[in-house]
Design a protein. Structure first.
Length: 299
């Protein structure tokens, strides 16, 4: 397999954006999920402010239904980098009566985390949240600016976003507003993986082929866990799988795979005919599911 070379101008752009965040905002944070994109953000922040420490805390909205491998990796990375970690829990939001636990076969906490995130932004008085969204992931995300303004209710309106000319990033906001910042907007999934390879970054083990209990549902392979509401005919079996994206165990499907090494993973991605979001069941609730959630304040 021919090795793709990561275009370093993408890294330079992302580092520039990180430094603009530090210059233009008072209380930024990196939204951290433990997935490959947020891991990439951490490395970019390290490079942007070397030899100093990352000046932004990592904010993780913990649904309580995460892959245990992801949480283990998150804690390792925080210790390794010396970053500050802030965790807020969806379970607390449920206990406070602000959201209601979903029921039924497709129940998930993925949508519920929006309220937890908005509460965290208000509590911590964050004016900028740095996220790992990319424009190639999904059509709603293709509408995002690098500095994406949210109103005082945390909501996003594509028609109210500012034009961005070249490297002129406007971080001016009114009282109550905040900005989501996307330093790797112009990257593709393949760019992220090539960067991980060139930077020799550690990533959670679930990105590589491994054996785990799964069920087959709607033509997809779901990770079997105590959080998944299964029917009598959904009998778990052991499969050799990996994950292209990291979300809740209740909404992230696996792909059958023999890719144990990074080069093999990249080879599979180059040959793939669907995007990584094709494995996110939460995006399939409706054709405009992502855009609806973004308008409500989702990441």
């Amino acid at each position: 397999m021919r090795k793709e070379i990561f275009p370093r101008e993408l890294e330079h752009e992302a580092i520039f954006i990180m430094r603009e965040v530090a210059a233009q905002f008072e209380k930024p944070a990196i939204l951290f999920s433990g997935g490959k994109d947020s891991i990439t953000l951490v490395r970019l922040a390290q490079k942007a402010f070397y030899p100093g420490k990352i000046p932004f805390p990592l904010l993780h909205i913990d649904t309580g239904h995460n892959f245990p491998e992801t949480i283990e990796f998150r804690d390792w990375l925080v210790k390794e980098t010396g970053a500050t970690l802030i965790v807020r829990y969806v379970q607390d939001t449920i206990d406070q009566g602000k959201v209601r636990e979903e029921s039924g076969k497709y129940a998930s906490r993925n949508v519920l985390q929006t309220q937890t995130l908005l509460d965290a932004i208000e509590e911590l008085k964050l004016d900028a949240c740095i996220g790992g969204a990319r424009r190639d992931e999904e059509k709603a995300r293709a509408k995002e600016r690098v500095f994406s303004v949210r109103d005082s209710f945390g909501q996003w309106d594509s028609k109210q976003q500012r034009p961005e000319l070249f490297d002129m990033l406007n971080g001016r906001i009114s009282v109550g507003e905040n900005v989501r910042v996307f330093p790797i907007s112009n990257w593709t999934e393949l760019d992220v993986w090539n960067y991980i390879r060139e930077e020799k970054l550690q990533i959670p083990s679930i990105y590589f082929s491994h054996e785990r209990p799964i069920i087959e549902r709607d033509g997809l392979y779901w990770p079997y866990s105590e959080y998944l509401n299964t029917t009598e005919d959904e009998i778990p079996f052991t499969g050799k799988v990996r994950f292209r994206t990291v979300g809740d165990m209740t909404c992230t499907a696996a792909v059958l795979s023999d890719a144990y090494e990074l080069d093999d993973v990249i080879g599979e991605i180059m040959a793939a005919t669907i995007s990584e979001r094709g494995a996110r069941i939460d995006d399939k609730r409706s054709e405009a599911a992502m855009e609806k959630r973004k308008k409500e304040g989702y990441f």
